[in-house]
Design a protein around this ligand. Structure first.
Ligand code: PLP
Ligand code: COI
Length: 362
């Protein structure tokens, strides 16, 4: 792919001054540039890297009315050799095309997505945040731009990538377990719907539940399936629990659950970490009983932004709650977090192909 570069003059770039002294927020900071490519006349064209700025779209753009948009979330890490590596970016590119399929959006070859991401990181590499627990968060996304009020797939789209030097998703980072709300009031996804896609609309639909959860001091809702029987996932991460025998149990991936790259990676690393993992349909009633009886000894969430986020307490709408592991971070959770982040940051050798170096092109 021939990417056109229209870069900010060095004097106008902010990267040189980027020396954060306070813990970075998640997702608020931007780098100097962004990647854009258009879909017109049945093909992706005009790949370019330009200064980060607003994008003009028609007020009638399909995305603004019918939400035809998808995105990905990935991370890049700097290793001790001073080079930046993306983590399992091929998985994100593949999942983007899975989401594209579900939202009737044209595919983008995986290697083109990866090249776009690497080219942008290369340009903005000075933005890498040197701070414990921080990383360069990568947000690729595609949205429908055709000016049309009919409900049909758009004929035109934009694929963009933006970057955000970010700290932990939950402000306390890996120091304090979070709370989740168990409720039968909301559902994230329905069978045959868009639950396995990273569709913008799934997140719009989760906002009300998220705000409701906050009233109970919880970070998110633990969603159940539409029969209100099985655990699915949280609003922005997969769920796991650990049984007394040390097995990490992750809900089976159905078409109402986002197939988490973090969960998959943890399962792929299980032999190396010396832990058992399995996927299962998990009844919420069994989960609650298990926590109460002490059969379930740890729980938490897996996700790119969330990494490994221990959950210490599950609250209910009547104000009661159940506590896991004394509301402390458990041994297996700590082991997974340490191993996983050591692989991402190059302290432990990653399985073949998991890390891709961002080559210098300019
Ligand atoms: N489930 C939802 C709804 C998410 O938004 C995320 C975040 O990406 C995940 C699960 C975790 O997926 P991954 O590990 O691929 O980031
Ligand atoms: C991620 O973990 O990358 C996500 O996309 C979750 C959230 C920030 C939407």
């Amino acid at each position: 792919m021939e990417i056109k570069y229209q870069l900010k003059p060095a004097s106008q770039r902010r990267s040189e001054q980027f020396k954060p002294d306070k813990p970075l927020p998640f997702g608020l900071l931007r780098t100097d540039h962004m990647f854009i490519m258009d879909y017109e006349d049945g093909q992706w064209t005009n790949p370019r890297i330009v200064p980060y700025d607003n994008v003009a779209i028609s007020p009638g753009a399909i995305v603004l009315h019918y939400g035809q948009a998808i995105f990905e979330g990935a991370k890049a890490f700097m290793h001790d050799d001073g080079e930046i590596y993306t983590f399992r970016i091929d998985k994100n590119a593949k999942r983007m095309n899975h989401s594209a399929e579900i939202l009737c959006i044209p595919h983008i070859p995986e290697e083109i997505q990866i090249e776009a991401i690497h080219a942008l990181i290369d340009v903005d590499r000075l933005w890498f945040p040197h701070q414990e627990g921080a990383s360069l968060y990568i947000r690729p996304f595609i949205f429908a731009t055709q000016d049309s009020l009919g409900v049909h797939p758009s004929a035109t789209y934009k694929f963009m990538v933006i970057l955000s030097p970010s700290g932990p998703y939950y402000p306390a980072g890996f120091t304090k377990p979070i709370k989740l709300l168990i409720t039968k009031r909301f559902h994230r996804a329905t069978p045959g719907g868009t639950g396995s896609a990273k569709a913008a609309g799934n997140y719009a639909a989760s906002l009300r539940a998220g705000e409701f959860a906050k009233k109970f001091g919880a970070a998110q809702v633990l969603y159940l399936d539409v029969t209100k029987t099985y655990i699915e996932e949280a609003g922005a991460m997969n769920h796991y629990h650990v049984t007394k025998d040390g097995t990490v149990v992750i809900p089976e991936f159905t078409d109402t659950i986002l197939r988490s790259i973090t969960s998959e990676s943890v399962m792929e690393l299980s032999d190396r970490m010396g832990i058992n993992t399995k996927q299962d349909r998990i009844k919420i009633d069994d989960f609650i009983k298990g926590v109460k009886s002490g059969e379930i000894v740890e729980a938490g969430g897996f996700g790119t932004a969330a990494v490994v986020s221990p959950v210490g307490e599950y609250v209910f709408e009547d104000g009661s709650s159940i506590v896991v592991n004394n509301n402390e971070i458990g041994e297996i959770t700590r082991k997974i977090y340490n191993y996983y982040t050591s692989i991402q940051t190059g302290k432990i050798e990653a399985p073949e192909g998991w890390l891709k170096k961002v080559e210098r092109r300019i």
